[in-house]
Design a protein around this ligand. Sequence first.
Ligand SMILES: *[C@@H]1O[C@H](CO)[C@@H](O)[C@H](O)[C@H]1NC(C)=O
Ligand SMILES: *[C@@H]1O[C@H](CO)[C@@H](O)[C@H](O)[C@H]1NC(C)=O
Length: 385
Amino acid sequence: MAYPSEYQNLGSNSFEKGTARQRRSKWIVIGSVLALLVLIAGGVAAGIIVSNNNRNTPGSSSGKKSPSNDPSVFTKDPRLHKSFYGMAYTPEGSMFPECGNSLENVIQDIQLLSQLTTRVRLYGADCNQTALVLEAIKQTKVDMEVFLGNYVLPEDNEPYVRQRDIIKNAIQTYGTNNIAGVTVGNEFMLNYLTAREDNDPNGVNGQAGAAILKADIEDTRAMLAGLGLKKNIPVGNSDAGSFFSTEILSSIDYGLSNVHAWFANTTAEAAADWVNAFFEETNVKPAALLPNQPKMYIAETGWPTKSSDAGNANNGADDASIAGLQTFMDTFVCQANTAGVPYFFFEFFDEEWKDIQFGGVEGWWGLFNADRTLKDLKIPDCPSS
Ligand SMILES: *[C@@H]1O[C@H](CO)[C@@H](O)[C@H](O)[C@H]1NC(C)=O
Ligand SMILES: *[C@@H]1O[C@H](CO)[C@@H](O)[C@H](O)[C@H]1NC(C)=O
């Protein structure tokens, strides 16, 4: 698959996720050792969280029509419940410069998403996805807030600037009512350090990467301040769970952390406890010690339902399976709601471009299939606030 040059660094990310299993394993081992030191009491094995991210897919149009011309009138699916704190979302066809998303498709997604949650998080702003999502919320009149995203690349600041201006424009057009925050950077430090065969977000490389990212975070704050908004819009960052640097945590209002038990080789049965323990020890506690006390969210957590190859169909402890996703949902979702753990479930639907680009389990984390039919799952029924 050919990618525009500015997305070349995604190659290193795909390498890390797709083929450099050894490197990832090494990190998982390092992460496990560190976490074991911290989590002796629970005997919880920890690892590194490799995530899935954004990067958006070349689009396709389903051509499906809403049952009504009024997007705010749509049939509710009785199998769905608003039980999720939040959901990770990228409109299909949001990979720059191919794009190919459409308002019609985003409206259909928002109609479904609004039956599961009141919050979505985006990963980037390219291909007009910010305006499409806000327009879809406006037309469907659903109760939904959005954490906007700006996908930052280390070597080239132009994509950051382009997305910043799209976000600015969308805020000017749609106002701030449905905007919960602006997330600057997704897996920036994971990618920056991976390219340098490093894994210490606070080391020399980590500090260099953090300086690039921090400049963009501060620039986004300045952009928002310049708009003279009545509402304060929090500015945050998203990364793999082990890749938050102290410098970045000190400069954000919130952090979104990817926490994937699958890549730490737990069973589906043990996944929820692992996710909760990892998030608390690796993200919540360190953030609470800083003067600015950034609010931490789980940015992605879920369980894959299959693998495209036999080698990745089992993580060493359990299978990628629909039964596994059901178990994870049954043991994580309502419990996290009760405990007040803010999380974005990963993910809404199977994203085909991820299977094409990365293979393995990467394209198979959806509650819904790629055609937006619900997998053979029972959605938990416990309203999230
Ligand atoms: C972006 O989406 C909005 C909402 O659908 C639309 O009004 C606007 O024209 C779009 N902009 C571009 C450049 O496509
Ligand atoms: C996780 O399982 C994979 C696949 O079996 C294996 O390659 C990897 O070394 C395991 N990692 C850990 C930390 O056990």
